[in-house]
Design a protein around this ligand. Structure first.
Ligand code: NAD
Ligand code: TYD
Length: 348
């Protein structure tokens, strides 16, 4: 298969590219705008391996740029769309780019897939939209199923939900071959340090405070990145056209429990943990029912107890990677997001 992977220089997309090239004979073209979150060194392992490199091409570009997308689509069998602005806190500070990529970008990709598929009806292009549990909104009790209404509560989640709705509309209106994955909160090597787990690991390594929003009793269902990437590949190969598939993690963990585990494993005291003013509209809990993808034959392989220490070990061993990311634009972001909060913080 020849796959166009958008957002393939990011955290989950690059993991998908590395694992898919190693486990199949597929060819991959990555289209990535290399925003602040994109990192070409995430694909160094591919560039450095002659057998992988032979089936790989990188194109820098924007998924909302129709000319670029059309120029690539003719040669491919499937599009896997990881490209998005992916951080809730940044969507609260400034949402424009979330909408441009999450709505216009998804529309441009779908329209290119529709047009190219119309000229080759025997081999339509499959479109995989990589979505999130956050489209269901906060789930106080129970677990979301794929047919639940979408009730997003942050600008990030609203842009992702808009993408899901467009994908569904192209399937109904144009018969486009689409599938959607809705992954849980993901963690692992190569994650941008703006997100909870890598932020707290890298802060702890450097003896900086770790800022817990509100009471820290919010729950997330953590999914290891290799499992998330493999689930996307599984749905690409086996998902039924027009369907969405939840991809849950290993069960709920509170942010306080995450913090405790990170500080203990890095060997730092609880006194680094600070309670800071809460995130506006903070979703209390996410939880998904995974029966649909399990009935199709997929289940997660990496338990939290194994995934978290492996992630911490990676960050300890790869200071060069994250020190580069935590420089330049990072300092302005950190000050904007945490300056006032940390000044107002109390022991957690
Ligand atoms: P990320 O921020 O690490 O990577 C996003 C990538 O997309 C970057 O390489 C960036 O340069 C690229 N990009 C952004 N806008 C683009 C544009 N207009 N055109 C081309 N490329 C663009 O994100 P991630 O954590 O790897 O998430 C990947 C996908 O998975 C996203 O769609 C996200 O919504 C979804 N998801 C993430 C999680 C999670 O916990 N990280 C959970 C569920 C779903
Ligand atoms: P995050 O990694 O931003 O993922 P999401 O908001 O998409 O779930 O945050 C995970 C949880 O951690 C969420 O409840 C917010 C919380 N959090 C903090 O308490 N402090 C922080 O500095 C960050 C980044 C997140």
């Amino acid at each position: 298969m020849r796959i166009l992977v958008t957002g393939g220089a990011g955290f989950i997309g690059s993991t998908f590219v590395r694992r898919r090239l190693r486990s199949t004979g597929d060819s991959i073209v990555v289209l990535d705008a290399l925003t602040y979150a994109g990192n070409i060194t995430n694909l160094a392992e591919v560039e450095e391996d002659a057998t992988l490199r032979a089936r790989f091409r990188f194109v820098r570009g924007d998924i909302a740029d129709a000319a670029v997308v059309r120029s690539l689509i003719g040669e491919i069998d499937a599009v896997v769309n990881f490209a998005a602005e992916s951080h809730v806190d940044r969507s609260i500070l400034e949402a424009d780019a979330f909408l441009r990529t999450g709505v216009i970008g998804v529309h441009v990709l779908l329209d290119a897939v529709r047009a190219a598929s119309a000229t080759r009806v025997d081999r339509p292009i499959r479109f995989v939209q990589v979505s999130t549990d956050e489209v269901y909104g906060a789930v106080d009790v129970g677990a979301s199923v794929e047919t639940d209404p979408l009730v997003p509560r942050s600008p990030y989640a609203a842009a992702k939900a808009a993408g899901d709705l467009l994908v569904g509309a192209y399937h109904v209106t144009h018969g486009t071959d689409v599938v959607i994955t809705r992954g849980a909160n993901t963690y692992g090597p190569h994650q941008h340090p703006e997100k909870l787990i890598p932020l707290f690991i890298t802060n702890a390594i450097d003896d900086l405070p770790v800022p817990i929003y509100g009471d820290g009793l919010q729950e997330r269902d953590w999914l290891y990145v290799d499992d998330h990437a493999d689930a996307v590949g599984f749905v690409l190969d086996r998902g039924q056209s027009g369907q969405a598939y939840n991809v849950p993690g290993g069960g709920p963990v509170t942010n306080r429990e995450v913090t405790r585990a990170i500080l203990a494993t890095v060997g730092k005291p609880w006194s680094l943990a600070r309670s800071v003013p809460d995130r506006p509209g903070h979703d209390r809990r996410y939880a998904m029912d995974g029966s649909k993808i399990e009935h199709l034959g997929w289940h997660a392989k990496v338990a939290w107890d194994a995934g978290l220490p492996a992630t911490i070990a990676w960050f300890v061993a790869n200071r060069d990677w994250w020190a580069r990311v935590r420089s330049g634009e990072w300092n302005d972001y950190y000050e904007r997001q945490y300056g006032r909060r940390l000044a107002d913080s109390v022991p957690a």
